[in-house]
Design a protein around this ligand. Structure first.
Ligand code: TYD
Length: 217
């Protein structure tokens, strides 16, 4: 097993953009390079997080905006302290499917929320732990939602759309815009990928970035 110092990488994007598929492929690639890799996600990576995820994605509740923000942040705190940090300390590359940017965009930008407050809250719950790179899979919401619907029908995990996927197209368009705005604000961290391309093509681009960072030749 090669020794590298631990690092955090996140994958972000709208529903159905393909980030979970890409995160899995990236984890498999790093694993093949004999690096220590952990693939995780938000919300729901810890035992408590799984309960929070159930509440957050259930169509039975419509939490008030601040309540929802606090639940995502609670999930993140548990995740950082109990899973991410201990793995980073052991030299793992931790890949997360959604992280701080999702909160900034979903609870902040798309809801006219207080973005400075969200920045400060993210900072507080993560102890300032920011990803080294963030892969933003960008595609029009029509394409993402089509894929998300297909997935929901075929994966058997939930036959109906969850609360987020029921929100209207204008909201998803806002989400996309929010991510792109963040990418312009953090060009050194966020890599924007055209997610309308095929899976292998996108993976190749991600692999090149990861190779440059972690693969010693
Ligand atoms: P999930 O089923 O994991 O969606 P996806 O496959 O698109 O990642 O559900 C996660 C949902 O939670 C997604 O709609 C985005 C939302 N979310 C927030 O609103 N704020 C956050 O901070 C995070 C981490 C997720």
């Amino acid at each position: 097993m090669k020794e590298v110092s631990g690092d955090l990488i996140s994958f972000e994007g709208i529903e159905g953009c393909g980030k979970s598929t890409q995160a899995k492929l990236a984890a498999a690639f790093l694993d093949e390079q004999d690096l220590k890799v952990l693939l995780s996600r938000e919300p729901g990576a810890t035992a408590m997080g799984r309960e929070l995820r159930r509440l957050l994605l259930s169509p039975d509740f419509a939490p008030e905006t601040m309540t929802e923000l606090l639940l995502y942040l609670a999930d993140r705190r548990e995740h950082v302290r109990k899973i991410i940090q201990p793995h980073l300390e052991q030299g793992f590359l931790v890949l997360v499917d959604r992280y701080i940017d999702s909160t900034w965009v979903y609870q902040g930008y798309a809801r006219d929320g207080d973005l400075d407050l969200i920045d400060r809250m993210n900072e507080l719950v993560t102890g300032g732990l920011c990803p080294r790179r963030t892969f933003l899979l960008d595609c029009p919401p029509e394409i993402g939602l089509q894929r998300a619907r297909k997935r929901n029908l075929t994966d058997g995990s939930r036959g109906c759309e969850d609360r987020f996927e029921q929100l209207d197209m204008a909201f998803h368009q806002q989400i996309r815009e929010g991510f792109l705005l963040l990418a312009r604000q953090h060009p050194e961290r966020i890599v924007v990928l055209d997610a309308t391309r095929d899976v292998e093509n996108i993976h190749r681009q991600i692999r090149e970035v990861l190779e440059a960072l972690y693969v010693v030749r």
